[in-house]
Design a protein around this ligand. Sequence first.
Ligand code: V47
Ligand code: SF4
Length: 383
Amino acid sequence: MTKPSLEHLLHHSPVPMQQIATKVMAGQRISDEEALWLFREGELAACGLLANHVRESRNGDFTFFNRNFHIEPTNVCVFTCRFCSYSREYKHKEEGWELSLQEMLDKVKAYDGKDITEVHIVGGVHPKMDLYFFGDLLAAIKAHRPELHIKAFTAVELDYMFRKAKLTAQEGMEYLRSKGLDSIPGGGAEIFAEDIREKICADKCDASRWLEIHEATHNAGMRSNATILYGHIESYEHRVDHMRRLRELQDRSGGFQTFIPLKFRNKDNEMETVPEVALMEDLKMYAIARIYLDNFDHLKAYWPMIGRSTAQITQSFGVDDLDGTIDDSTKIYSMAGAEEQVPVLSTGQLVDLIRQAGRIPVERDTLYNRIRVYEPHEALAES
Ligand code: V47
Ligand code: SF4
């Protein structure tokens, strides 16, 4: 059997695919129309080949992971996103959780002496947990463990904190940075298009505010990530529009590190009747994101959400980043019906998972500095 090759793609596929392949292989940017064509007509294997070409040109055979844990301060939330299985309204706060500063600091202390490089802090938007409460939390974590990278708060949480404190996005980011914030995660982006946002998360910050907060983060000298929540009621046009807005901001600021497609899961939320998309659709999302977002260094598959088997396959469809070891410290996805009900992977398991996919595992820090390259055939000293 002949292996599908880029050469074959250039000469024997439909004309639009040949044109797109020629561009991608020359390192040129594809247009919105071309991305749309790939979503609608592009053969999955061909999209995968092109995405893999981009992935290998940027990151070779390396697949990155880090050692992190999550703190979710609360699931009490003033907003009512219809896809959310996790939040509880303030009036029913007894059904949820609210951690005190000391309880969160104790969670950090539980990792004393362990090789963890990042804490990821994200949760609901609690009306009583304000900017200064979180400023104190950041300062307390840094006082205890200065080298731990703090990646915290989605643009949605930040928008609420800054508005309540009557600060601009730039002032708010500078304040949090002075308290110890190192970077921000990519959540809250969902789908930028106003008509879809209105239907799935009408009351939280809009696309321009999300982008403004990320730009302010980049201007304050910090990096951030970006996500898309795909596979629900959005169209392919909405996905391309979303990625275009990210690509444009990245052209201006260069502050995004990685793009993370998040597959919509329909358990126990108000969108239960919306079916989940199939694996083919997931792989297409990853591949086209890798091809289209030519100014993003990395593409992340969040394994607790899609499961470890799919995470392995995505590495042939553009993905070079699998997030971290996590350690069962997040509930956002298990509550929405994700594959991994108890998301725990040891470093050894993550290394094996990457190697089985034919890639070279690299432990990174949050800013993608390489901490350790697990060369092929090198035995693991620890699990
Ligand atoms: O914005 C909520 C998503 C996001 C569901 O930056 C759901 O490294 C699917 O963004 N089905 C928050 N997705 C988490 C997030 C994230 C995760 C891992 C790493 C990083 C990073 C960021 O979770 C929300 C929303 O898009 N989400 N409910 C659901 N039912
Ligand atoms: Fe609140 Fe975030 Fe859930 Fe929306 S997705 S309801 S902002 S916790």
